[in-house]
Design a binder for this molecule. Structure first.
Ligand SMILES: Cc1cc2nc3c(=O)[nH]c(=O)nc-3n(C[C@H](O)[C@H](O)[C@H](O)COP(=O)(O)OP(=O)(O)OC[C@H]3O[C@@H](n4cnc5c(N)ncnc54)[C@H](O)[C@@H]3O)c2cc1C
Ligand SMILES: NC(=O)c1ccc[n+]([C@@H]2O[C@H](COP(=O)([O-])OP(=O)(O)OC[C@H]3O[C@@H](n4cnc5c(N)ncnc54)[C@H](OP(=O)(O)O)[C@@H]3O)[C@@H](O)[C@H]2O)c1
Length: 304
């Protein structure tokens, strides 16, 4: 896991100090209202919900003549951003690859917003040499030994760590025998956001790490290419026998990606598959999943 400190814009925590430096009466009153208990909800709408930056707030209140040393003290420090490492140290000993999606959304006031760090990273040109403060942290997905069969579930940017896993297995296969790997990937449209398409497909062929010939598999769900949603769970259900066989061989499960509903839905899909294939009640399947977690064989790394 890589922690990265973006160099760029900042967002402001509202403070009564701003009203002190406002010279226009109506701006002073508005800022005092925001700082009062009655103005708390409006402040939340104006600032947090709309995620205004310092610059935007200063543009909205042009009479605020705040000395620079005050401004610097009011601005909260930038947060570090975590990114999964999506390259293998064996395949790229001197490099760290990241898979970053540019976060974008529309605010309640219909303003288009973009994530600070992901937008900044995307603006850099590959030729540019730039020094960025980064830290390495142990993540929640321990590197698996080559002999461990793997079931990987990584929709969207959740595929990031698994690109590294597959690269690592491919490099390991040159010097030792490796256990099978199956990967479930999901994205919105096959045409637009099928991340690392050629990489996955090439490892699925010619006895590659993800090839069925080697006991592996690569299955992609395109959620918005047809009227009904198709998610990774649907592809898992289609491969339930294969998943069950790998679990009986002692496979570990790794899940990465969006932290909203995906991780719990994927866990339910595993529960259903175990129950169906073992002809055991759902409660027994749920207990087995919990025992996998306890044994360090069910790993989840999720982010929003
Ligand atoms: C363990 C871990 C691993 C991660 N790995 C990866 C990875 O491999 N690849 C990757 O791309 N990201 C990854 N992330 C997420 C990454 O750290 C950043 O959070 C992400 O890139 C957004 O950062 P940003 O600075 O661009 O956005 P920010 O400026 O921080 O904005 C993001 C914030 O915007 C708000 N927001 C976003 N969408 C909406 C919405 N629809 N409605 C309302 N508000 C919204 C939320 O408050 C959100 O926290 C990981 C996170 C963790 C914790
Ligand atoms: N503008 C774009 O074209 C675009 C494309 C990709 C990502 N993004 C943005 O990039 C950010 C991160 O994106 P991401 O690629 O990590 O993830 P993502 O694109 O939001 O999700 C990846 C896939 O997971 C699906 N999914 C949603 N809920 C699920 C669930 N409960 N179980 C299983 N799968 C589920 C999504 O389907 P559905 O979304 O169809 O439900 C999608 O196919 C988000 O902010 C997103 O808005 C934008």
């Amino acid at each position: 896991m890589l922690h990265l400190l973006p160099l760029g814009a900042i967002s402001l925590r509202q403070d009564p100090v701003m009203s002190f430096f406002a010279t226009a009466e109506h701006e002073k009153e508005r800022l005092q209202y925001f700082a009062s208990p009655e103005g708390r909800d409006d402040l939340y709408q104006y600032n947090q919900k709309e995620r205004r930056t310092v610059l935007e707030v200063l543009e909205d209140f042009p009479s605020v003549q705040m000395p620079f040393e005050w401004l610097v003290q009011l601005v909260p420090p930038l947060k570090k951003r975590a990114f999964s490492i999506s390259s293998s140290p064996l395949a790229h000993p001197d490099q760290v690859h990241l898979t970053v999606d540019v976060v974008s959304w529309t605010t309640p006031f219909k303003r288009k917003r973009r994530g600070l760090c992901s937008t900044w990273l995307a603006s850099l040109s590959p030729e540019q040499r730039i020094y960025i403060p980064v830290w390495f942290h142990k993540g929640l997905l321990p590197p698996p030994p080559p002999s461990l069969p793997l079931i990987l579930v990584g929709p969207g940017t959740g595929c990031a760590p698994f690109r590294g896993f597959v690269e690592e297995r491919a490099a390991q296969s040159l010097s030792c025998s490796i256990a099978p790997v199956i990967l479930f990937f999901g994205c919105r449209n096959e045409e637009n956001d099928f991340l690392y398409r050629d990489f996955w497909l090439s490892h699925s062929q010619n006895d590659g790490v993800l090839s069925e010939a080697k006991g592996g598999g690569f299955y992609a769900a395109f959620s918005r290419d047809q009227p009904q949603k198709v998610y990774v769970q649907h592809k898992m259900q289609e491969q339930s026998q294969r998943i069950w066989n790998l679990l009986r061989e002692g496979a570990a499960i790794y899940v990465a990606g969006s932290s909203t509903k995906m991780p719990s839905d994927v866990m339910l899909a595993f529960e259903e598959i175990m129950s169906k294939e073992s002809e055991a009640p759902r409660e027994s399947a749920a207990r087995w999943l919990r025992s996998l977690e306890k044994a360090g064989k069910y790993h989840v790394e999720a982010w929003s």
